[in-house]
Design a protein around this ligand. Structure first.
Ligand SMILES: Cc1ncc(COP(=O)(O)O)c(C=O)c1O
Length: 307
């Protein structure tokens, strides 16, 4: 929400429109272009900010769930383009290296939702997935997913620091003069020091530790996919990262397997849909997950399917 607010404010400022003083009524129209698979968190932020969901231009995706480069509409300097590093069901990455140079040349603001996927960049084996992502204007990622910090440790990075601190500025109220004080970077004035958990995790793991965490989870996701395929489940994604998306033979069987598995108390799946049909998604992201846990999960699902 903060990133999109900064994006809109900055694009309007470039059109000579001071949104802080004049508001949105009569303002130049700011377009939003995003993947048809954008996460619900993005959709909600747009709705809350008053963008109007019917006005959002949705880019169709390819068979893997990445935006189709040939379907990206013409972009301009009144456009916010939202792409994702790590689609929640498939773990796929939009083709940044193809789209971002064009978006940048057009003067669009590009925001990347990298809630879990941006961490692929810490791995030498998987960072290719993020190639070109550094050309964006803003990025969000979570500590509470792959970094395994306690909940609500999220990070927003904005290329133009001034665009962020001007958007969230509260110095008129508090006159401290610290442009980049925390209260000038987030929605809250009062907040606990959530960054400490993130700092501690990064300080403890180091870049080698984060890389190992990422690589281990990806390899375990692959193990889960291989095991489930061997047991007759159908793969719905290719495992590029830590997400495994599968279904059983029929929608009814998929739902039944999920419900039986959850009823054992040994695992938990949230319901997921893929191309309009029920599926279940495994996101391997805990530092504690080992091969034996994956094997036990595969065995549990095999039993639940066989019943
Ligand atoms: C791709 C993606 N974007 C956004 C979010 C929402 O992130 P948060 O947990 O920080 O609200 C998630 C969480 O599931 C996600 O997977």
């Amino acid at each position: 929400m903060v990133a999109l607010t900064a994006a809109r404010r900055e694009l309007l400022a470039r059109q000579g429109w001071d949104v802080d003083r004049r508001g949105l009524t009569g303002a130049p129209h700011i377009r939003v272009v995003m993947s048809e698979l954008a996460h619900v968190a993005i959709v909600r932020a747009l709705r809350v900010l008053g963008f109007g969901l019917d006005t959002v231009e949705r880019i169709p995706v390819d068979e893997y769930g990445r935006v189709r480069t040939d379907a990206v509409p013409a972009l301009d300097d009144r456009t916010i383009l939202i792409l994702q590093a790590g689609e929640v069901n498939t773990g796929e990455f939009d083709p940044f290296a193809d789209v971002l140079p064009v978006a940048r040349a057009a003067g669009a603001w590009v925001h990347i939702d990298g809630a879990f996927g941006l961490w692929a960049r810490a791995s030498r084996s998987h960072r290719y997935l993020t190639d070109g992502v550094d050309l964006a204007d803003s990025w969000t990622t979570d500590g509470h997913k792959w970094l395994n910090t306690p909940y609500d440790a999220a990070m927003l990075i904005v290329r133009d620091a001034q665009a962020l601190s001007s958007t969230m500025n509260s110095d008129t109220a508090y006159l401290s003069g610290d442009g980049d004080a925390q209260k000038n970077l987030t929605l809250e004035l009062s907040r606990r020091a959530r960054g400490i958990g993130v700092w501690a995790a990064l300080r403890t793991l180091g870049s080698a530790g984060v890389e190992e965490l990422v690589d281990q989870c990806v390899s375990l996701a692959q193990r889960a996919a291989d095991g489930l395929r061997g047991d007759g489940f159908t793969d719905l994604n290719r495992v590029v990262l830590n997400q495994v998306l599968v279904r059983a033979d029929t929608p009814e069987q998929t739902i039944a397997v999920r419900e039986r598995a959850v009823a054992t108390g040994q695992t938990w799946f949230g319901p997921s849909m893929w191309h309009g049909e029920p599926a279940f998604r495994i996101s391997v992201s805990s530092w504690r997950t080992r091969a034996e846990h994956i094997d036990a999960l595969v065995e549990l699902l095999r039993q639940c399917r066989g019943r």
